[in-house]
Design a protein around this ligand. Structure first.
Ligand code: ADP
Ligand code: MG
Length: 397
C-alpha cells in the first residue's frame, strides 16, 4: 500500500490538519447520531497522545461555496467535545489570519475545529490557492475521510500534495479492508450484488465479473437478468430496457470465467407490503399478476454452498425487499451464513451501501462481518474499480 499512516509521522509539537467526515444528522441544534464523530475519535486521540494539535477540516451540508449559517460546524462543538473527551476550539474560518490566531491560541490537548470547507467556492473546485492557504496553517496533513475520497476537492486532494500526508486510522482501516477484499484477496472470491436496479450498478457489475470467481445477483436487479434470459417476471420491478446490457454482463462474465448465480426459485406476492400473501415458485414461474420480492430457499441453499467454498466475500445490495417481512428472508439467511463463516475465521467479509448496512444491522449480523463500510458513494466507486482522488493523492505524497 503506497500511503503512510500516523505511525510514519513525527507528530510531537506539530499542527496536524485532519480531514474528517462529521456530516452528522442534526435536529433542533442537537446531534442525533454521533457515529461519524466516534469513528474519527481514534485518530484524534493518537495525535493528541503524540503531542500534536489536531486541526479539523470538514464539510457540512451543501452550502455550495457560500457562507450559509445554517450549515456552520459551530453547533457540533459540544458533541465533539463529548466524543473526544477534549476541549474543541472553534474558528469561524478555515483559512487566513483568524484561523491562524485560533490555532496559535489552542492550548495543549485541545482540538481545533475550522469552519465548513464548502463555504469557499475553491473547495469543490479543488482550487490550488485555497489549498495553499489551508496548508499554511499546518505541518502535516492527515486524511481520515474515506467517504469523501471519491471527490477531488481542495481539502481532500490538492492539500495532500502540499504537506507531508498520511491516512488517519479510519481511512487506514477502510483501505486495508478493501485491499484485502479486492486488491489481493484470498480466493475463491464471491461478490453479492443486489438492490433495486441494474442501471445504478452497471460499472460495479462490469468490474466485479473480471475480478471475482462467483457473482451472486439478487434483489430487483436479478429480475432484469431473468427477463433478459426470456423469463416472464410479471409485475416485478424490472428494467426491460437494460436487457441488452444484462446480456453483455453475462457474456463478459463467461469470458472471465466468473460464475453467475441467479435465483432458481423466487418468493412472489401481489402486494408490496409487510406480511403480504406470498408463495414460492421456480424462477421461471412468476404469475403474470405477481411480483418477485425475494429469493427462495433453494437459492438460499446455493448461496450458502458458494459461501462455504469462498475465502473472501464482498457484498453490496440486499437480496430482496428486506424492509418488509417476510421478504427479508434470503438477505437474512445469506448474512447469517457469512457471519458464521467470518466468526469461524474462514471468511473475510466486507460489505457496504446504505441499504446493505441497514439490512445487515436488521439481520443482527453487522458486528460479525470483517468490515462494514459506511462510506456510501466512495465505497461503490471503489467497487467499480475507480481510482479515488483522495486516496491517489495520499499515495503520491
Ligand atoms: P444499497 O443502498 O445497499 O446500495 P440499493 O439502494 O441498490 O442498495 O437497493 C436497496 C433497495 O432495493 C431496497 O429498498 C430494497 O427494498 C430494494 N429491493 C431489493 N429487492 C427488491 C425486489 N425484488 N423488488 C423491489 N425492490 C427490491
Ligand atoms: Mg440505497
Amino acid at each position: 500500500m503506497g500511503w503512510k499512516t500516523l505511525d510514519d509521522m513525527d507528530l510531537a509539537g506539530k499542527r496536524v490538519l485532519v480531514r474528517v467526515d462529521i456530516n452528522v444528522p442534526v435536529e433542533n441544534g442537537t446531534v442525533t447520531d454521533d457515529t461519524r464523530m466516534r469513528r474519527v475519535a481514534p485518530t484524534i486521540a493518537d495525535i493528541l497522545t503524540a503531542g500534536g494539535t489536531p486541526i479539523l477540516l470538514a464539510h457540512f451540508g451543501r452550502p455550495k461555496g457560500q457562507v450559509v449559517p445554517e450549515v456552520s460546524l459551530r453547533p457540533l462543538v459540544p458533541a465533539l467535545e463529548a466524543v473526544f473527551g477534549a476541549p474543541v476550539l472553534f474558528c469561524a474560518d478555515c483559512r487566513g489570519p483568524a484561523a491562524e490566531a485560533a490555532i496559535g491560541a489552542a492550548g495543549a490537548d485541545t482540538v481545533v475545529l475550522l469552519e465548513n470547507t464548502r463555504f469557499y467556492p475553491g473547495e469543490e473546485k479543488n482550487d490550488a490557492t485555497l489549498a495553499g492557504e489551508v496548508a499554511a496553517l499546518g505541518d502535516i496533513y492527515c486524511n481520515d475521510a474515506f467517504s469523501a475520497a471519491h471527490r477531488a476537492h481542495a481539502s481532500t486532494e490538492a492539500l495532500a500534495h502540499l504537506l507531508p500526508a498520511c491516512a488517519g486510522r479510519l481511512m487506514q482501516a477502510e483501505l486495508s479492508a478493501l485491499e484485502a477484499a479486492l486488491g489481493a484477496p484470498k480466493r475463491p472470491v464471491v461478490a453479492v450484488v443486489g438492490g433495486a436496479k441494474v442501471s445504478t450498478k452497471l460499472d460495479l457489475l462490469g468490474n466485479l465479473v473480471s475480478k471475482v470467481d462467483t457473482l451472486v445477483i439478487g434483489g430487483g436487479m436479478a429480475n432484469t437478468f431473468l427477463a433478459a434470459k426470456g423469463i416472464n417476471v410479471g409485475k416485478s420491478l424490472c428494467e426491460h430496457d437494460m436487457a441488452d446490457t444484462a446480456r453483455e454482463i453475462l457474456t463478459k462474465a463467461q469470458a472471465a470465467t466468473c460464475a453467475i448465480l441467479l435465483p432458481v426459485d423466487i418468493v412472489v406476492a401481489r402486494e408490496f407490503k409487510a406480511g403480504a400473501e406470498h408463495e414460492t415458485v421456480p424462477a421461471d414461474a412468476c404469475p403474470a399478476d405477481a411480483m418477485i420480492l425475494d429469493a427462495g430457499p433453494k437459492t438460499v441453499a446455493r448461496i450458502a454452498d458458494v459461501f462455504e467454498d469462498a475465502r473472501t466475500l464482498i457484498w453490496n445490495g440486499p437480496m430482496g425487499a428486506f424492509e418488509i417481512a417476510p421478504f427479508d428472508a434470503a438477505t437474512n439467511a445469506a448474512a447469517q451464513q457469512a457471519a458464521k463463516q467470518t466468526k469461524a475465521g474462514t471468511l473475510i467479509s466486507v460489505a457496504g451501501g446504505g441499504d446493505t448496512v441497514a439490512a445487515l444491522n436488521q439481520a443482527g449480523t453487522a458486528e460479525d462481518f470483517t468490515y462494514i463500510s459506511t462510506a456510501g458513494g466512495a465505497f461503490l466507486e471503489w467497487m467499480e474499480g475507480k481510482t479515488l482522488p483522495g486516496v491517489a493523492a495520499l499515495e503520491a505524497s
